[in-house]
Design a protein around this ligand. Structure first.
Ligand code: SAH
Length: 243
């Protein structure tokens, strides 16, 4: 299997994690290993589109962008098409794309090299550390798109729309801030809905079939996963939540 094929399999997989330079893909009871795309860490370390040591900018992101326009972030951006489209369409808003895998983030960096966007930066990090990177109310909107489902109960805390994560988002989101979440995973969406009340959030908008919901489809930007899964006939679930 070549690296690109392996990476595509990774992108479809349920659960994956990385240790040193090996990516582990867990599907049901099978665990597959693949080597990271060689050199991706070095490219990221040398990229001007990536914010290195992002903790140092906690509360000071306006210094990075050189203005105090609103900041919106996507957690688990994958190859970054969604956030790049948003940044291109909305030059008056600043964007930060967060991704934990170097091999995946590399794709976003390569796209930025041919189509640089002044209002977009990337961070390679684990979302668990998000409140160390952004200050209180520093973020105006959070996008979660096709987040890993972590299907085992004992991994519920790792799901990006879990109450543990909602508490972290609480710290960094402005008072009027919202979270937009899209997925094709029914179980994950049901779980996410159940987390709202205990964490003190409520629904602003919700659909169980985004692509047939005229109001919520208006201005919809497709993500890479959304394109693939909707083409397979899967309905796309979406909520917008606030406090
Ligand atoms: N948002 C993209 C990719 C979805 S796949 C799209 O819709 O097309 C989910 C992505 O989130 C993967 O690239 C995965 O590496 C990343 N991810 C999962 N958990 C993460 C975490 N805890 N921190 C940062 N990134 C994470």
């Amino acid at each position: 299997m070549n690296g690109t094929h392996a990476l595509n399999m990774l992108l479809y997989s349920c659960t994956h994690y990385q240790e040193n330079d090996i990516i582990y893909i867990e599907k049901g009871t099978e665990v597959m290993r693949l080597r990271n795309i060689s050199g991706s860490r070095e490219v990221i370390a040398g990229s001007k589109y990536v914010v290195h040591e992002p903790q140092e900018y906690k509360g000071k992101w306006k210094e990075i962008f050189g203005n105090d326009r609103p900041i919106r972030i996507e957690i688990g951006m994958g190859k970054g098409r969604f956030i790049m489209d948003l940044a291109r369409m909305n030059p008056g808003i600043n964007y930060v794309g967060i991704e934990k895998y170097s091999s995946v983030l590399l794709r976003g960096i390569q796209k930025m090299e041919t189509d640089p966007l002044p209002n977009l930066y990337f961070i390679r990090m684990e979302a668990e550390e998000i409140a160390d990177v952004f200050g209180k109310e520093e973020v105006e909107r959070i996008y979660l798109n096709f987040s890993d489902p972590w299907p085992k109960d004992r991994h519920a805390k790792r799901r990006l729309p879990s109450r543990e994560f909602l508490h972290r988002y609480d710290e960094i989101l402005s008072k009027e801030g919202v979270i937009e979440f899209k997925t094709d995973n029914h179980g994950l969406f049901q779980f996410a809905l159940g987390e709202l009340d205990p964490a003190g959030w409520h629904l602003e908008q919700m659909t169980e079939d985004l692509h047939h919901n005229e109001e919520m489809m208006e201005g919809n930007i497709m993500t890479e996963y959304e394109e693939r899964f909707s083409a397979m006939g899967n309905p796309i679930y979406k909520y917008v939540i606030s406090r």
